[in-house]
Design a protein around this ligand. Sequence first.
Ligand SMILES: [Zn+2]
Length: 257
Amino acid sequence: MPSLRTLADFLDDILQIATIPDYANAVNGVQLANIGDIQRIATAVDFSSESVRGAIDTGARLLIVHHGMFWGGVQPITEHRHQRLWNLITHDVAVYSAHLPLDVHPEIGNNALLAKRLGLMPSAGFARYQSIEVGLSGTSDIPTHLIADRARELAQQFGGTLIAPTIPEGRRTLGWGICTGAGADSSTLREAAKRQLDTLIVGEGPHHTAVEARELGIVVLYAGHYATETLGVRALGDLLAERFSVSSAFIDVPTGL
Ligand SMILES: [Zn+2]
């Protein structure tokens, strides 16, 4: 059975935790240590009381999340924050978090897997953040309706809904961009227009992005922050299961968003 150190070294390495930039609260890597070896792992999109409970119930000794323990910033360890920390420590469960490093991974990253799921072949990056491009883009010649149908299926599989404008009959997607999670904002729209992308697939975005997109002639498909970020953590769980002969369970806690 591998130790936390063995699994964390492997994850740190394949996800390039030390070099990929991120928001300060992401705190990528091991966030909470444990003591014993690890036979079962659990993965979840969000660190929450429910994902912690789910991990403990499956007998996991490691919980891997995309949005980690410190996502909400510095807060007192009281009430539910104290309870979940207590639960983790008393059940000897470690926590490992991978945010942008998991978004950008070329094989098991959220963006690469979303492109695959939608039947799109990436040829370039998209959505610049500091020194990296978080998302992906490419060319195609397929009905926008078809991409929307596939995106809707993913959204519904994980308790969400596809939010999209009315797509004109016969519209085809020739250039697309993907950025999972909170992928739509003024800068991604500007970038899309500059790169002549006509379709964006994101998790979510503020209302004004739908207005701006219409002005630019871009169709934005909002497939759900949660749904679009279930892909990476599940793939990471499968990879660890295969590589280290541990078992892996995905703890599905849909937010509806
Ligand atoms: Zn996210």
